[in-house]
Design a protein around this ligand. Structure first.
Ligand code: PLP
Length: 410
């Protein structure tokens, strides 16, 4: 493993496990390995720890612990929400979602289309915002679920979830939100929000990968996605991942405690980084609305360069960031989120997401800002993607909007 110092600006991809979280979970890997469903104390005491973690996760959301179903990840929670809404409303075969959801929603919806369901993917504007009037009009009598993410993982753009929930409920339709990127960064109160189903993933809030939750509002009809044993009050079969669930509970406590830091220090670091890049490096622009936006996320277009080339050179100086694009069988597809915002494929291929977190320091931002202008300058000199002398490569004459009823693979 490399010993180089890591400058980690990819907290929307995953986060470092907090030392406090590691301490909380280790005894359940090492010593307390009993099965929570066992009758003897060695097992049943782990069940108590799972319930304590449930209470802590519920507190993060202002939910009742009984409304929390632990899952294996955010992807499973999103899949389970879609599955349950359709299974509990057999007469309804329509899903309303957006063109900028995570692939855990988009690709499951694409599968549902193949099974005969109809899915509407709402478009976004150039800022990444939704037209709520269009959302309202797109709800049909046979809509089983409206699924709209709370905050976008690529741009940080925040959707008006409370208003969307109200629209759905005025039409008697279930509302699910993928809130995976939100904890610790925005206040979360499911009572005020009034969502029926909500997804979280622990590895975005300094707990390990492989554990998530689905909030299911009291009295919401629910059909499990995984069927088998009676764990999670019959709503998700499979022996509980006790250590990871305990970790999730501890991380939820810390997310509440660190809220202030994310919203003052981390926000200020992000803003300093973003404005230094936009003012110091020519032909750059921010993707997505400035506000409302997650306090840690900045997605920047660097015209006339390929994001992958930037990432490789950043890697050489220890900086981790990501491009919006997904690598599919060797060909670089531009991000479906940026494409949905009308950004040309050429520009979208030069976009980098920087996502900060509570462990980032001012010195780390200085390191990035010291090297980035040279990296971009060097790449622009040699890049076949073009240069300001060949504007066709970076500046689209026409913006391309996707057909929102045809999801791209993410
Ligand atoms: N939803 C969003 C918005 C995400 O950012 C992610 C992860 O990147 C997921 C869902 C999937 O979460 P997981 O990796 O736990 O499956």
């Amino acid at each position: 493993m490399s010993q180089q110092k890591v400058y980690y600006f990819d907290n929307n991809a995953t986060t470092r496990v907090a030392p406090e979280v590691l301490d909380a979970m280790l005894p359940f890997l090492r010593d307390h390995y009993g099965n929570p469903s066992s009758i003897y104390k060695f097992g049943s005491q782990t069940a108590r720890q799972v319930e304590e973690a449930r209470a802590k996760a519920a507190a993060l959301l202002n939910a009742d612990p009984k409304e929390i179903v632990f899952t294996s990840c955010g992807t499973e929670s999103n899949n389970a929400a879609l599955h349950s809404a359709l299974a509990t409303h057999p007469g309804r075969r329509h899903i309303l979602t957006t063109a900028v959801e995570h692939s855990a929603v988009i690709n499951h919806c694409a599968f549902l289309q193949k099974q005969g369901c109809e899915v509407t993917f709402l478009p976004v504007d150039a800022d990444g915002s939704l037209d709520l009037h269009l959302l309202d009009k797109s709800i049909r009598p046979d809509t089983a679920l409206v699924s709209v993410m709370w905050a976008n993982n690529e741009t940080g753009v925040v959707f008006p979830i409370e208003e969307i929930a109200a629209i759905c409920h005025s039409k008697n339709v279930l509302f699910h939100t993928d809130a995976t990127q939100v904890p610790g960064k925005m206040k979360m109160d499911v009572k005020a929000l009034d969502a029926d189903l909500l997804t979280l993933s622990a590895h975005k809030l300094h707990a390990p990968k492989g554990v998530g939750l689905l909030y299911v509002k009291r009295k919401t009809k629910f059909q499990p996605y995984l069927m088998g044993g009676h764990q999670e009050r019959g709503r998700r079969a499979g022996t509980e991942n006790v250590a990871a669930i305990v970790a999730f509970g501890r991380a939820a406590e810390l997310a509440l405690a660190n809220f202030q830091d994310e919203n003052t220090r981390v926000r200020a670091l992000r803003d300093r980084m973003e404005s230094a890049i936009l003012t110091g490096i020519p032909n750059t622009l921010r993707n997505g609305a400035q506000e409302p936006r997650l306090p840690n996320t900045s997605n920047i277009a660097f015209d006339f360069v390929e994001a992958e080339a930037i990432l490789l050179l950043l890697d050489q100086i220890g900086v981790c960031a990501s491009s919006g694009s997904a690598c599919t069988t060797g060909s670089l597809e531009p991000s479906h989120v940026l494409t949905a915002m009308g950004i040309s494929p050429a520009r979208a291929r030069g976009c980098i997401r920087f996502s900060l977190g509570i462990y980032n320091t001012g010195e780390e931002v200085d390191h990035l800002l010291k090297h980035l202008p040279q990296i971009i300058g060097k790449l622009r000199e040699i890049s076949p993607a073009g240069s300001p002398a060949h504007p066709a490569a970076g500046h689209p004459a026409v913006s391309t909007r996707p057909k929102h009823d045809q999801p791209k693979a993410a």
